[in-house]
Design a binder for this molecule. Structure first.
Ligand code: ZN
Length: 337
């Protein structure tokens, strides 16, 4: 595939192709936006396009070494990967020596991993015009790794391209963020989600997955959006029954607050419009309508505001059990399931 095949991210793709066309490649980029919307896929295909032997005005050296008679893909954009040359094929199979992809191991990118990048970048590209390092979930670098990585960003080796991919760019060191050119990715439209999920998940699950994934089809493909929502509901009921902290991990708390805000959003939408078709949790429309009857719009909005605040405060390392108890007491004032 190529940049043009990244569905629903036309704006980001146009910016990347513009960079290739104008030959204004920066040394480092930060691809940011929510999880599961195509950032990593775009990063790999940008790396492909940068090194594609059929890119107009590409490296003559590379062309001479890897003369490829492959035609450009029919209908493909000029400033994109051709998907057919030796370089594109090698990158697709993960066998290109100049493309290095790293990501977290057990939730963390450690200093050893960053040092291996430094070492790899210290050599000139073997085959391609640029040596490309893609750091997936770059915000999972620990302090030591981030500080070491910053040095590489400050003095990027010649012929290198670094692409950081992150759904939580606010967790990156500000000094790392400021060194990168920002490419912003947005959640996809419902139609783009359907297009991506079509044929990949069972037909009768598509509409629910499209709604619950909120424009993030990657989540519907790699995770279990319906299962996550059910788990959220179980935890919500535990809270309302005054049970003790049942969040299994800090990561689960992040997702729980996201789900809670969607839940309150649905209650507000139903209260204001009465239209079940506008709900995200559309399969729970009857339950939400029943619950909404006993609630005032003002109360729903108040809970939404408090939960939004809690979600932000949570990032400052709040104690998990205290957060559970506080959130539960907040919800019990208004909600009865
Ligand atoms: Zn190519």
């Amino acid at each position: 595939m190529a940049l043009n095949d990244v569905i629903g991210q036309e704006k980001a793709v146009a910016i990347l192709q513009g960079i290739l066309k104008k030959k204004r490649l920066a040394s480092s980029y930060l691809f940011c936006g929510e999880s599961g919307i195509g950032k990593k896929m775009a990063a790999i295909n940008f790396a492909k396009a940068v090194n594609c032997l059929n890119l107009p005005g590409g490296s003559d050296d590379a062309r001479a070494r890897f003369l490829s008679a492959a035609p450009r893909s029919p209908g493909g954009a000029d400033y994109d990967a051709c998907d057919a040359c030796t370089s594109c094929i090698k990158i697709d199979s993960g066998a290109h020596p100049d493309i290095i992809l790293i990501g977290p191991q057990e939730g963390l990118i450690k200093i050893d991993e960053v040092r291996s990048i430094e070492e790899a970048l210290s050599f000139r590209p073997y085959e391609g015009s640029k040596k490309v390092v893609i750091v997936d979930d770059a915000d999972t670098m620990n302090q030591a790794a981030a500080n070491t990585f910053l040095k590489t960003l400050e003095e990027p080796p010649e012929d290198s391209l670094i692409i950081l991919v992150s759904s939580r760019p606010d967790r990156l060191l500000p000094t790392i963020r400021s060194r990168c050119s920002l490419i912003v990715f947005h959640p996809l439209s419902l139609d783009s989600c359907r297009q991506i999920l079509d044929g990949k998940i069972a037909a009768h699950d598509i509409e629910q997955a499209v709604c619950l994934s909120l424009g993030r089809p990657g989540l519907a493909l790699t995770g279990n959006v319906a299962g996550d929502r059910d788990r959220f509901m179980d935890l919500l009921k535990s809270m309302l029954r005054s049970e003790k902290d049942s969040w299994s991990s800090r990561e689960e708390v992040d997702g729980w607050f996201d789900q809670a805000l969607l839940f309150m959003r649905d209650l507000a939408v139903l209260k204001i419009t009465g239209k079940q078709t506008l709900l995200i949790n559309v399969d729970m429309a009857e339950n939400l309508a029943g619950l909404g009857k006993s609630l005032e719009l003002k109360g729903i909005i108040n809970i939404y505001k408090e939960l939004s605040l809690m979600k932000v405060m949570w990032l400052f390392n709040l104690n998990k059990s205290l957060t559970w108890n506080y959130t539960a007491s907040l919800l019990r004032k208004e909600l009865v399931l």
